[in-house]
Design a protein around this ligand. Structure first.
Ligand SMILES: [Zn+2]
Length: 101
């Protein structure tokens, strides 16, 4: 596969932007107390990060995916996007068909 210079540039800037935001967030997190962390988790656990409604957990081939019961957004935990990307084409089609109901 030939990677165009502009693609490499886009990848570079996306990574730089991510790292910049991550650093800023880590700084913010240092100001949050353990008590507040616990309260936030209690309030947001298994809730959609976009609309706040309940998430429905679906397990397929060891991949646990959470779908929002309201806006249909799909959320993945750390490492799960990599696991999804490793599914064969037919497995990937089956995976997506779960959410078409
Ligand atoms: Zn939602």
């Amino acid at each position: 596969m030939v990677v165009k210079a502009s693609e490499k540039e886009e990848e570079y800037f996306a990574r730089m932007e991510f790292e910049r935001r991550k650093k800023a967030m880590e700084e913010e997190h240092r100001k949050v107390t353990e008590e507040n962390m616990r309260k936030l988790k209690e309030l947001h656990y298994m809730r959609c990060p976009k609309c706040g409604m309940e998430l429905i957990e679906v397990a397929y081939k060891g991949i646990k995916t959470d779908e929002c019961s309201e806006c249909k957004g799909i959320w993945l935990d750390a490492g799960e996007l990599e696991a999804v990307s490793k599914l064969e084409k037919t497995g990937l089609d089956k995976f997506f068909s779960i959410f078409k109901a």
